[in-house]
Design a binder for this molecule. Structure first.
Ligand code: GAP
Length: 445
């Protein structure tokens, strides 16, 4: 059963070193979090799993890692300068500011100002002169630099539609109201794919990507029964979207968006192109006299064709919250309770803990280190040589952080070349010969 309240998860994340409040020793900064020793491993594992499924396991997607600081023109023509806003209200009574649709019950309607539009993008200076003109934005989505690099990627890889460009990286939004731990924050990571298709085939590709993404979530331990699909109504669609399906998840605070899959039409490539009147664009874009490229392909009749774009866009931080929530289990064993994180092994921050039974026995410790190095060299993730605490405490700690197996080295290991392998979920223990250990370990993944 997933965690029933967010406090259990927050406490576990802090206690075991997954997630800390940023700048905590100075009182913290709202909406910013730091990922600790286990958090960074979990995060990397989730990102690797996404990259593997979206890039490596397909033959029609290329990767990208673009700059975060984004030139003003990019976010002008993308429409973000004008439309990436939330309605802001002030409460004259308590002096706080809220998103107009998220005013808490303790503020009375009559105390609120009229809503005004507040742009969510962070600005910063570029270069040593602060003249108010030479600024850049911290990107509010990773997508835009995928569009601005469209021609570079096509020219350097000879790709033709259908094909995609994938990117994982930080995005920044000066959110007015924060929510539920890492659910809505001001600095977060996105895993975004822009999949370019022939206009007319976009609706089929949209459906296909919704299906593919649900299957990916299932493989990360987020079952279909915890997900809902939400077709965003026409009047709530982002300015670039013809249709968007949100994958919603039952977070501890309620059902909310985990990933959005949008049909962005030819809006973005068209917006960033020069000579737009030659491109037969289907969407309405602002005239662009600054771009020096046509972000388009030639079709078989030698006419310009601007591909439509299907965009699955998932938040890494929300993925972490959903995956931890699903993995969290509180179990009663005899008269004791244990917390166990039943993470899929490919996501576990530590893949195996190698525990010498006697911490001060040189031969046992040396053997444990030898086994650690052997399993570590397989490149399947972090294997930990665990030489602190007693065995019971080690098992408890590794249950709580989701380590799939603990391997104990004892005197029998020295005599018979066997170890004890303890399974996290069943807590069953079996004796395994060192020669078979590699296979037992590999079989987990
Ligand atoms: N490129 C499209 C785009 O950015 P979005 O729905 O605004 O679409 C995509 O964001 C995903 O990014 C969301 O589904 C969510 O998982 C994540 N996300 C958005 N804003 C976030 C925030 N303030 N904090 C954490 N994650 C966020």
């Amino acid at each position: 059963m997933p965690a029933t309240n967010i406090e259990d998860l927050i406490a576990l994340c802090k206690r075991r070193g997954f997630i800390f409040q940023s700048s905590e020793i100075y009182g913290g900064t709202q909406g910013l979090y730091d990922y600790g020793p286990l958090g960074v491993e979990l995060k990397n594992n989730i990102k690797n799993s996404w990259w593997k499924s979206v890039v490596y396991e397909r033959d029609d997607v290329e990767g990208l890692d673009a700059a975060i600081l984004t030139k003003q023109s990019v976010l002008k023509y993308s429409g973000h300068e004008e439309t990436f806003t939330d309605p802001l209200v002030d409460c004259k009574s308590c002096g706080e500011r809220f998103r107009a649709d998220q005013v808490p019950d303790y503020c009375k309607k009559e105390d609120l100002t009229e809503p005004r539009q507040f742009n969510l993008m962070f600005k910063t200076n570029i270069g040593p002169v602060d003249d108010g003109k030479t600024f850049a934005y911290l990107r509010p989505e990773t997508a835009q630099q995928i569009f601005t690099n469209f021609k570079n990627v096509v020219d350097s890889t000879s790709r033709n539609v259908p094909f995609g460009i994938a990117q994982i990286g930080k995005a920044f939004r000066n959110e007015i109201t924060l929510k539920s731990f890492i659910f809505r924050v001001r600095e977060f990571e996105q895993m975004e794919l822009e999949f370019f298709v022939v206009p007319g085939t976009d609706e089929d590709w949209h459906k296909k990507w919704v299906e593919l993404r649900i299957n990916w979530w299932k493989k990360q331990g987020v079952p279909k029964k915890s997900l809902e699909l939400y077709e965003v109504p026409k009047d709530e669609l982002a300015h670039y979207s013809k249709a968007t399906v949100d994958i919603m998840y039952k977070f501890p605070h309620g059902v909310e968006e985990l990933e959005g899959i949008a049909n962005r039409t030819d809006f973005d490539l068209g917006s960033h192109s020069k000579n737009q009147d030659e491109l037969s664009l289907k969407s309405k874009v602002s005239e662009n006299n600054e771009s020096n490229a046509k972000l388009a392909l030639k079709d078989e009749n030698n006419n310009w064709m601007v591909p439509f774009v299907i965009e699955p866009s998932a938040g890494v931080d929300r993925a972490i919250l959903a995956i931890l929530n699903e993995a969290y289990h509180l179990e009663k064993i005899e008269d004791k309770q244990r917390v166990v994180l039943k993470l899929k092994p490919h996501l576990s921050p530590i893949k195996a803990a190698i525990i010498p039974l006697k911490k001060n026995d040189e031969k046992i410790v040396a053997k444990a280190k030898e086994i650690k190095n052997k399993l570590q060299s397989l490149g399947l993730g972090r294997v930990l040589f665990e030489n602190s605490g007693n065995i019971g405490k080690n098992y408890r700690r590794h249950d709580e952080i989701g380590t799939p197996i603990c391997i104990t080295i004892d005197f029998e290991t020295l005599e018979e070349e066997t170890v004890t392998v303890r399974d996290r979920d069943t807590m069953s223990q079996k004796r395994v010969s060192i020669t078979d250990l590699e296979e037992v370990f590999k079989d987990l993944f």
